[in-house]
Design a protein around this ligand. Structure first.
Ligand code: NCD
Length: 353
């Protein structure tokens, strides 16, 4: 799908205008738009539910399909997606719910006639119980939450939004599935050195993951941020992480930290976010993961990637070799995404899980 031509309102202002509700132990009826809504106990609860739902799916527990029976999710993706959109859809269907879409993936919805985001959200809010939104503007999910709260005062059936990524802002559900995968693969987060590599400036997945890793200081996680100088982790994320007492090491030299990392999280340079092509060209080949680079890592390292992958993971041949290595866990990330999203959907829609 080509990304839809947009009336892009200044969504960023909603990041300041709208204060998202804290989860505080109760997910029912809450929008999920930033990981800053979570505390450690909320994370534990999502992780526990995702684990339980995974077991139930694997043993084909027929009751799983009743948890969200009769509920409707609207999938509003204004930006390309493969895994996030499909796993949300699969999650909703496995819970017994159903999914509706804007006409032809938004292309022939009223967006095409110039309708703004707020009105499209209001329309979906009238029909669905929950909206999954992906949009190129940072703050768009805050904007959706703001307008849904106002809509919900007028209509009979309330609706919530769950972000599927807001521009260069956050990707909270990806952060949760990444955290789940790290804990699942390593047994716990205790004392791990976790290295995030690549486009830390525009990559929304690393923004959410870094903040989530900082929520539990007692785990003694150490974070290494490796990027070209022009693509460093934004100060807002750094402040959040360091403000919670987490040790952070920033460098543009991968080899300083590769050999001591327990988790290596590779990312794509987000070419679509650059204002000038020359700026992208200058950094596009800075970090390339290949089988030879993986061999320089600890024997029990896990290599993660949110996908899609391009040349930052080498050639197609490199992909094949990397994929066969037990240290690469990006396919497990993909699968876990569905269980984690099942947990979130069930909780937000008030199912008894
Ligand atoms: C990422 C995204 O869209 O932010 N992909 C994903 O959701 N799994 C990462 C990317 O596009 O590079």
């Amino acid at each position: 799908m080509n990304d839809v031509a947009l009336d892009v309102r200044p969504s960023a202002q909603f990041r300041h205008l709208y204060q998202p509700p804290k989860i505080a132990g109760d997910f029912a009826g809450k929008h999920i738009i930033t990981v800053e809504q979570f505390e450690k106990t909320d994370l534990d609860s999502v992780m526990r539910t995702a684990t339980a739902l995974r077991e139930r799916v694997l043993r084909r527990d027929g009751e799983v399909v009743k948890l969200c029976e009769g509920r409707i999710m609207a999938s509003l993706f204004y930006e390309s997606s493969t895994r996030t959109d499909m796993s949300f859809q699969a999650a909703m269907r496995r819970l017994g719910g159903s999914v509706i879409f804007g006409s032809n993936g938004m292309q022939f919805s009223s967006v095409y006639k110039g309708e703004n985001l707020a009105d499209t959200i209001r329309a979906a809010g009238c029909y669905a119980d929950l909206i999954t939104l992906r949009h190129p503007s940072e703050g768009s999910s805050f904007q959706a939450a703001y307008y849904l709260d106002r809509l919900n005062e007028k209509i009979l059936k309330p609706c919530v939004v769950v972000s599927g990524g807001d521009g260069i802002g956050e990707h909270p559900t990806q952060g949760l599935l990444d955290l789940f995968t790290i804990a699942d693969q390593k047994g716990s987060l205790d004392n791990l050195t976790i290295t995030l590599v690549g486009d830390l400036m525009y990559g929304r997945t690393v923004h959410s993951l870094a903040k989530l890793l900082a929520l539990d200081e007692a785990k003694n996680v150490k974070l290494c941020f490796v990027s070209p100088p022009s693509l460093k982790m934004p100060d807002t994320v750094l402040d959040f992480v360091q403000g919670r007492g987490i040790e952070v090491y920033e460098t543009s030299d991968l080899h300083e930290v590769l050999g001591e990392s327990d988790v290596v999280y590779w990312t794509r340079i987000q070419d679509e976010r650059f204002a000038r092509k020359a700026d992208y060209e200058a950094v596009r080949d800075t970090f390339i993961m290949t089988p030879a680079v993986l061999n320089q890592c600890k024997r029990d390292v896990i290599l993660m990637h949110p996908l899609p992958r391009k040349h930052e993971m080498g050639t197609y041949n490199d992909h094949d070799i990397l994929d066969q290595n037990p240290r690469t866990v990006y396919f497990q990330q993909m699968e876990n995404g569905m269980y984690v999203r099942m947990a979130l959907l069930a909780k937000v829609l008030g199912a008894d899980v």
